[in-house]
Ligand binder design. Structure first.
Ligand SMILES: Cc1cc2nc3c(=O)[nH]c(=O)nc-3n(C[C@H](O)[C@H](O)[C@H](O)COP(=O)(O)O)c2cc1C
Length: 374
């Protein structure tokens, strides 16, 4: 049998043990019902990919109605969502992976079409720098507090549905990041202004989620947090801001930190003279106080091994697990030669890939999903 270090189990400080260091990161697959209830197609999609990985994190699930970012996205806004979420958690766990629900709010990164006529909301009324973005409405202080409570209520539903944990989506330009960013947050109340005050919303969400977990979940329930280390906007989040936030997140009691990058070893997009990978800068601050998940074009077994050998606890393989659900099993069986590194249209049924996900991959991930030409 293969003897990679990434096949070793890992035990979190709260006692939760996972069978290996390979993670399926959150990937929206656009196949929930229009109201956000999990479809049976999605359950089949996740079950298919849960047979080898240690942790399987679902695509983002919106915690509030105005937080929906995509058509076909999972919702965790109402108790109505719990029964199908419970089937999803059970399907993932039945194949030996830990089931983690990613909880999120899109903020300004949505449209009034997706919100069925409602205006998107954010920290401030500042448009995102992308084509066709809409100017959001600034949330009132009461609404900010209500969204923090929504993250707590979503966590309670995840616990009731039998998930092993939640991942707070603080990355990829969505609402939590929008509060941390000086680009999207121009507030002058307690939720904005100084760097410290821009941390109040992210830390408020973690505090509320931890409170709900403490009251309702078993000791081994995991609370993860996903960050994007930098933004390219000016003003925008710089790595120094992130290195100030990370210790506060750790103090607030997260169980793991997940660093979202397009390429795991990428260096600063804002300072070309700095050659140290962003993940290494963060690792120095984290210093193993919590485990780190890193992601971004980790595709081959050697790529994952390099990550573990560099001292990171977990390697997440996104698009590769879309292409090859049995990646871990093939590695363990010394069958690396049959690992698929391309996505063929003729495999879509076998891979449980629905037309909306196929369209999403075609529109947003053409350069990295590696379509085959058959
Ligand atoms: C189809 C697709 C959907 C995604 N949806 C989410 C999501 O819901 N939440 C999130 O945090 N990241 C999302 N991502 C980003 C991935 O989690 C991951 O960070 C990214 O794909 C880079 O990893 P990779 O190179 O291994 O694919 C998505 C990526 C893809 C390809």
């Amino acid at each position: 049998m293969a003897s990679y270090n990434f096949l070793e189990p890992y035990t979190f400080a709260n006692g939760a043990t996972v069978r290996n260091r390979i993670v399926m990161p959150p990937m929206t697959e656009c196949s929930a019902f229009e109201n956000g209830v999990v479809s049976n197609d999605e359950i089949a999609y996740y079950r298919k990919r849960a047979g080898g990985v240690g942790l399987e994190i679902t695509g983002c699930a919106n915690v509030s109605e105005l937080g929906k970012g995509f058509e076909g996205e999972l919702a965790v806004t109402e108790d109505r969502d719990i029964p199908q979420l419970a089937h999803l958690a059970a399907a993932i766990k039945s194949r030996g992976a830990k089931a983690i629900l990613q909880i999120f709010d899109a903020g300004r990164m949505t449209t009034s079409a997706i919100l069925r006529g409602e205006q998107p909301v954010s920290a401030s009324a500042v448009k995102a720098l992308r084509e066709n973005s809409e100017t959001p409405r600034a949330l009132s202080e009461d609404e900010v507090e209500a969204i923090i409570k929504d993250f707590g209520a979503a966590t309670k539903r995840a616990i009731q549905a039998g998930f092993d944990g939640v991942e707070i989506h603080g990355a990829n330009t969505y609402l939590i990041q929008q509060f941390f960013s000086p680009h999207s947050n121009r507030r002058r109340d307690q939720w904005g202004g100084s760097l410290d005050q821009r941390m109040n919303f992210p830390l408020g969400v973690v505090e509320e989620v931890r409170r709900v977990v403490k009251e309702n979940a078993p000791q081994s329930f995991l609370v993860g947090y996903r960050i994007s280390p930098e933004e390219i906007e000016t003003p925008g989040i710089r790595i120094a801001d992130t290195l100030a936030l990370v210790p506060k997140l750790i103090e607030s009691g997260i169980d793991y930190l997940h660093i979202s990058l397009k390429q795991v070893w990428q260096t600063s997009a804002n300072d070309e003279t700095d050659t140290e990978p962003l993940v290494e800068k963060i690792q120095k601050v984290v210093a193993h106080k919590v485990p780190l998940i890193v992601v971004g074009q980790i595709v081959k077994p050697a790529d994952a091994e390099k990550v573990i050998d560099a001292g990171f606890e977990f390697a997440a393989l996104g698009q590769e697990l879309i292409r090859e659900p049995n990646w871990v099993q093939k590695v363990m069986a010394d069958d690396e030669a049959t690992i698929r590194y391309e996505l063929s249209p003729s495999d879509l049924d076998e891979l449980n890939i629905n037309p909306p996900l196929w369209d999403f991959l075609n529109s947003g991930f053409k350069k990295t999903i590696h379509f085959s030409h058959d």
